[in-house]
Design a protein around this ligand. Structure first.
Ligand code: UGA
Length: 435
């Protein structure tokens, strides 16, 4: 099939490449000319495992190319995926839909008759219906469907080529058939396919992210109880996770969630529920958000207490800047929020990250950065482990002990082998674990 993918951020770039990989002819579209030039040269605009290889193969084969022209896209295909961002509004917790609206506004007059516009962006429930009403004015034969995306940064290619489920919200059989054809390679191998109405599809995404965020905040709330009672949250998480009704995943206690999705998605969901008059049904999401932000403060409080009550004149080595490992994304990164807070209290902070230093420097130019772990930790009074990259699990604590001034570690992600660090002479503290 011929398809276009409008918006080439995480979702769009990966979707375009994966659709080309499964045999479709794909045209990717973005208003950012530099990004388009880089994608046409098969260079991914972000660090994402496997994406450069996929782009090299699909752009090389001619099945994938990129343009800045929406008019060209409208002429190229009758099936268009919208993958533009829906960030939080600057002035409220609600989603900012201006990019989605602008794409539909620009496409409407140039769409070929019978075109299907499929939203993948995360949107408040009711958006597809509103956009369909807009399309009816200028492109009465065009249709809107919603097909939320569930990929995770860091495993985006795998998640797109081998999804755990596909969800499409449609208003006609024709739209369902078109989407079944797009995803035929996945359906052939038995990926569950939920065909529903657009509102349900939109809500599946909001509900999934809210549930996952709730799981994380739940275990972090338990970490606070553990801290107050001398219990160990890591054992608690493992033990409750063995119950198959609970499950072990997304119960990793620590600094909490960040990134471009969970924080803004739970806020937008709560805001939309308020608009619908059912805000009371999801007030718990405000607590999920509050518990999450509190972990950043708790980490700073713990670190301050460990260095004697004040950061003034202290040197702190920070391991991690990205909001999660295998990503160079620093949007709403808990690690950088903590690093910046500590620096604001007078510490000299040196941040290491294997992939995200460039983005981190742009977001927080006043922090100091190093690409080498021992350099970031040199003469440190405290080392803070804030993003659980595998590189940090492979550190030899005995070697690092020889570099710092005081072998004192805060493992804010609870993924390091605490006993190995202690054997190498480190004093280690973590959120939710006994001292
Ligand atoms: C998340 C969802 O997992 C995807 O399914 C969804 O498609 C995506 O949002 C989106 O809406 O676009 P992502 O933000 O890439 O994906 O990252 P996750 O792996 O979900 O991690 C989110 C945050 O939670 C990270 O900061 C991570 O460190 C944190 N986390 C995760 C925990 O603190 N504990 C855990 O147990 C798991």
């Amino acid at each position: 099939m011929r398809i276009t993918v409008i918006g080439t951020g995480y979702v769009g770039a990966v979707h375009a490449a994966c659709m080309a990989e499964t045999g479709h002819e794909v045209l990717g579209v973005d208003i950012d000319a530099d990004r388009i030039a880089s994608l046409n040269a098969a260079k991914a605009p972000m660090h994402e495992p496997g994406l450069d290889d996929l782009l090299t193969r699909t752009v090389g084969s001619g099945r994938l190319r990129f343009t800045t022209s929406l008019t060209e896209a409208a002429a190229f295909a009758q099936l268009h995926f919208i993958c533009v961002g829906t960030p939080q509004r600057p002035d409220s917790p609600a989603a900012d839909l201006r990019h989605v609206d602008a794409v539909v506004e620009a496409l409407a007059p140039v769409l070929r008759p019978g075109s299907l516009v499929v939203g993948k962006s995360t949107v408040p429930v009711g958006t597809a219906a509103r956009l369909a009403a807009r399309l009816r004015k200028t492109a009465p034969q065009a249709e809107i469907a919603w097909n939320p995306e569930f990929l995770r940064e860091g495993s985006a290619v795998r998640d797109t080529l081998w999804p755990e489920r596909l969800v499409v919200g449609v208003t006609s059989e024709r739209a369902e058939e078109a989407l079944r054809e797009v995803y035929a390679p996945m359906l052939r191998v038995g990926v569950p396919f939920f065909c529903t109405d657009p509102s349900t599809a939109e809500l599946v995404k909001a509900a999934a992210n809210s549930f996952l965020a709730t799981k994380i905040s739940f275990i972090n709330a338990m970490a606070e109880i553990c801290d107050a009672s001398g219990a160990d949250v890591t054992t608690l998480a493992e033990a409750i996770g063995e119950d198959s009704r609970i499950g072990r995943s997304f119960l990793q206690p620590g600094l909490g969630f960040g990134g471009s999705c969970f924080p803004k998605d739970i806020r937008a969901f709560a805001a939309r529920a308020e608009e619908l008059g059912v805000g009371d049904a999801v007030t718990f999401l405000h607590q999920v958000d509050g518990i999450n932000i509190r972990q950043r403060r708790r980490s700073v409080d713990l670190a301050r207490a460990l260095v004697g009550g004040s950061f003034a004149g202290r040197t702190v080595g920070v391991l991690g800047a990205a909001f999660k490992p295998e990503s160079d994304d620093v949007r709403d990164s808990p690690a950088l929020a903590v690093a910046a807070a500590i620096q604001a209290e007078g510490a000299e902070v040196r941040v290491h990250d294997p992939a995200a230093i460039d983005n981190a420097r742009t977001a927080f130019p006043d922090l100091k950065y190093s690409l080498v772990i021992p350099e970031a930790c040199e003469d440190a009074d405290l080392v803070m482990h804030l993003t659980p990259w595998q590189d940090y699990a492979e550190i030899d604590p005995a070697v690092l002990a020889g570099v710092v001034r005081i072998p004192l570690l805060v493992d804010a992600r609870n993924t390091l082998d605490v006993h190995a660090w202690q054997r190498a002479g480190w004093r280690v503290r973590a959120l939710g674990r006994p001292r």
